[in-house]
Write a protein that binds this ligand. Structure first.
Ligand SMILES: O=C(O)CCC(=O)C(=O)O
Ligand SMILES: [Fe+2]
Length: 209
């Protein structure tokens, strides 16, 4: 069975690069960072071998399960790195010239799974770092909006199978993002966000093109 044949982009066989040129923040996208065969391979592998957890959070006085499954690798409390995750980490490090030391995996089982508007948590050193986001599986919209300046247009970025989105450190200061639920029939989606914890600093500076 072939997975995710609806991704028309793959027919073109092109790696497409976009710099969103956001005011005050860096956001860059490589579509088909992985080709279809590699993307299908990683999707299947991660879906079946990851120790997915259903996390919960307290919202006021209610305990609410997250509308997605998650797993952490690296850092103080994460699972031990696996060979495929290290492979992906090295590939995003080569392109971004930034070194990451942990990864959060999100598994959106269908269109009913989501992540609400947020900025990623401030690391303990009080400073945001770059985040490298890799997607396998169904295409979902990644929405980005400025926290205060309503004149900055909201972005709706379809993150396709095998894409790589690089978020600059200041994106978290000035913008928030979400992956909304969708009623469109959609299969599973796995997103990996490679991060830098407080104990390590980027080895390289992201180069502006
Ligand atoms: O699934 C995505 O594309 C984004 C996930 C995310 O924003 C997060 O885990 O902080
Ligand atoms: Fe996030």
């Amino acid at each position: 069975m072939l997975l995710f044949d609806d991704v028309a982009l793959f027919d073109e066989g092109k790696k497409r690069y976009t710099d969103f040129n956001l005011p005050g923040a860096e956001l860059r996208l490589w579509e088909q960072f992985y080709d279809k065969a590699a993307s299908d391979h990683y999707y299947r592998l991660l879906e079946t071998t990851t120790p997915w957890q259903q996390r919960e959070r307290k919202i006021y006085d209610r305990i609410v399960p997250d509308p997605r499954l998650t797993a952490y690798y690296g850092g103080a409390n994460g699972n031990a790195w696996t060979k495929p995750l290290l492979e992906i980490k090295e590939q995003v490090e080569q392109t971004s010239r930034i070194q990451f030391d942990r990864v959060l995996l999100n598994y959106y089982r269908d269109g009913n799974d989501s992540v609400a508007w947020h900025s990623d948590t401030l690391p303990k050193d009080g400073k945001h770092h770059e985040i490298a986001s890799v997607t396998f599986g169904a295409t979902r919209l990644f929405k980005v909006r400025h926290k205060t300046d309503k004149t900055v247009q909201q972005l709706n970025i379809p993150l396709t199978h095998g894409s790589f989105l690089l978020m600059g450190a200041s994106l978290q200061n000035h913008y928030e993002h979400q992956v909304p639920k969708t009623t469109k029939a959609t299969g599973g989606r796995i997103n990996l966000t490679f991060r830098i914890s407080e104990s390590s600093k980027p080895v390289y500076v992201v180069e502006k093109r």
